[in-house]
Design a protein around this ligand. Structure first.
Ligand SMILES: *Cc1c(COP(=O)(O)O)cnc(C)c1O
Length: 223
């Protein structure tokens, strides 16, 4: 069962903060996506290429598809023609592959770099040192068909709100720092994708302008 009241509440809060709500539809049937589409929702997020491609084929063409999962380089070409924003770039070789596929079809593909600030062992995304390396490579090379528009991050999976807030602060700080250092005057570098079902309010209060919310609006995922 989808949660329409919950969706409307989150959407209202997102709008209050000028944030985009990406409805994370991984492992959800097309009928549920259609239901949110009918309410006006256009931004949807998916984690798996093999799931996204068939959904894109049959669902309305004005949906903006966000790719938020781990992306294998050899799968980029399958989504390059239509993906709206790739949130999960976590290595320079992937950035180069996206640029290559974009060049082939004459399209500039928008991406976010996935960053990591926590202290847990399960690490997804780039820490500050790795991020600096990637941005230095990016600035030094002419990649005309991939455009970095900001960062995506996930807070630690914990009920400790203070820890979550601290991590969101760190992400916002890194965002502002890198904006000054590498994207000065670049209007398109403007997106900080943080906040999921469990922490979207904390994220909005701490600098998020793009939420990725799944289970709390779609209901449980079917695996
Ligand atoms: C699944 C997923 C989400 C949505 O998580 P919910 O807890 O269901 O809101 C957000 N971001 C990423 C990267 C995800 O993989």
């Amino acid at each position: 069962m989808i949660n329409i009241a919950g969706y409307k509440e989150i959407l209202a809060e997102a709008n209050k903060h000028d944030a985009t709500l990406v409805a994370v539809s991984k492992k959800q049937p097309n009928e549920r996506i259609q239901a949110f589409y009918a309410l006006g929702q256009r931004d949807f997020g998916e984690n798996y290429v093999q799931e996204l491609v068939p959904k894109h084929d049959v669902l309305p063409q004005d949906i903006r598809w966000h790719f938020i999962g781990h992306l294998q380089s050899n799968k980029v070409k399958e989504i390059a023609t239509f993906v709206h924003l790739i949130h999960s770039v976590d290595r320079f070789s992937l950035l180069k592959e996206i640029d290559k596929q974009g060049a082939k079809i004459g399209r500039t593909i928008d991406v976010l770099i996935q960053i990591y600030v926590g202290s847990e062992d399960t690490k997804f995304g780039l820490d500050e040192k790795e991020l600096l390396e990637v941005l230095e490579y990016y600035s030094a090379q002419k990649l005309n068909h991939v455009r970095i528009c900001g960062f995506m991050g996930m807070a630690s999976n914990t009920s400790d709100e203070e820890k979550i807030v601290k991590e969101f602060h760190q992400m916002k700080d890194v965002f502002e720092m890198m904006k000054t250092q590498f994207f000065f005057g670049k209007e398109h570098f403007n997106t900080l994708s943080i906040g999921m079902s469990g922490d979207y309010q904390l994220a909005l209060a701490n600098g998020s302008n793009m939420l990725r919310v799944g289970s709390s609006i779609f209901g449980a995922r079917s695996y």
